[in-house]
Design a binder for this molecule. Structure first.
Ligand code: NAI
Ligand code: MG
Length: 348
């Protein structure tokens, strides 16, 4: 029996409510596959910030550097500015551990009604590959008094080509189609640079059909015709926006999983659902756990347990297709706990 050491960071709000669901699922499916999980839990959060003035300790990264993976619920609380919570925890982990791919698969499940008529179950199956450590999210810039703010985006050749190469490899292993999100008409330095590097990378992957689309038009197409997309590669900001949009097209942001990957395995990768801490529903026990459970499946896959991962995905699909159990975001009245139980039942 292998045992994986997992650094567990429940975080804030519904992060604390959905993390136990992921953990139960990992334990149940792990048992069947001879895989154990040993969790070390960390209280890094806005609550900690209120008490100690920092989201995580100074040596935080060193404490989780040797774990096999990190599982994070969500961070953020109205009492702490969002840029403080994000830059105090998530971004240092993503950057410090070179998790340069943010992988966000989007599927429309049978039994989930999408707000978008064109998003039919079984037809929509796309993956957003978001560049996760550079681009528009930079600290370079500043404010001059009241009246001026400047923010620089940073794109490197190494950073762009490695995420593009990852996306092309993924597309080759899927349906062989890649779309690159750009905005090289309006953003005249970084986006033409991005386009050039994607085009260069494409020459190494002749089996993949690809094109570049401006992010504004691309957003419209994701709503109007989501089934035509396979892999979409995007910069940090564009990928962030696109993946929330695509998750909503799939029915609810509450069911969208995500992984921050260090593909080379030099550092642990971090698994976290797409959604945030949802302060508007936190504490009521009604958060949708499927995003966190799908994220657990991505963790299993990453650690080499593809079969176990597929079983978890199958269980999610079964509950949605064959039962009426749903949390309020999907139009039901179930609690997080009941929904989780249904998935565990389907797993067994
Ligand atoms: P959010 O994802 O927390 O919530 C957006 C909307 O979706 C809310 O109405 C919420 O109730 C609903 N929702 C989200 N997840 C759900 C779930 N599992 N089940 C049912 N409904 C769900 O995004 P928002 O409101 O922009 O941000 C709230 C806080 O979360 C902020 O502090 C933000 O900075 C933080 N955040 C953290 C992230 C992370 O830790 N990875 C990602 C996004 C936001
Ligand atoms: Mg986001």
């Amino acid at each position: 029996m292998v045992t994986h050491r997992i650094a567990l960071i429940p975080g804030d709000g519904i992060g604390r409510e959905v993390t136990p669901a992921a953990r139960q699922v990992l334990d149940v499916v792990g048992k069947r596959h001879g895989v154990g999980f040993a969790y070390d839990e960390f209280d890094w959060s806005c609550r900690r910030y209120a008490e100690l003035g920092a989201m995580m300790p100074e040596d935080g990264l060193d404490r989780i550097r040797h774990h096999d993976a990190i599982f994070l619920g969500a961070v953020g609380d109205p009492s702490v500015p969002d840029h403080v919570s994000l830059w105090g925890l998530l971004i240092p982990i993503r950057r410090g551990f070179r998790q340069y791919v943010n992988l966000r698969p989007v599927k429309v499940f049978a039994g989930v009604e999408s707000p978008v008529r064109a998003a039919r179950a079984g037809e929509v199956d796309l993956v957003v590959v978001r560049e996760n450590v550079e681009g528009e999210y930079s600290e370079i810039g500043g404010r001059l008094g009241h009246d001026l703010a400047v923010q620089e985006a940073v794109f490197t050749r190494a950073g762009t080509s490695r995420v593009a190469a990852f996306a092309f490899r993924l597309a080759a292993a899927r349906r062989g189609r890649l779309t690159s999100a750009t905005k090289s008409n309006g953003i005249v330095h970084t986006m033409p640079f991005w386009d050039e590097i994607v085009a260069e990378t494409a020459t190494d992957h002749p089996g993949v059909t690809w094109d570049a689309e401006h992010i504004d038009a691309l957003c419209a197409k994701v709503v109007l015709d989501p089934a035509r997309f396979d892999v979409v590669v995007a910069s940090n900001l564009f990928g962030d926006i696109l993946s929330d949009l695509a998750a909503a097209v799939a029915g609810s942001i509450g069911i969208a999983p995500a992984a921050n990957l260090n593909p080379e395995g030099e550092f642990p990768s971090m698994f976290e659902p797409v959604h945030g801490s949802a302060p508007d529903i936190a504490g009521r026990g009604i958060a949708n756990p499927l995003g966190a459970i799908g994220t657990a499946a991505m963790l299993l896959d990453h650690l080499g347990h593809a079969e176990a991962a597929a079983e978890v995905e199958q269980a999610i699909g079964d509950v949605l297709a064959h039962t009426r159990v749903r949390t309020p975001d999907l139009g039901g009245t179930a609690t997080t706990e009941t929904f989780t139980k249904a998935v565990l039942e389907a797993l067994r």
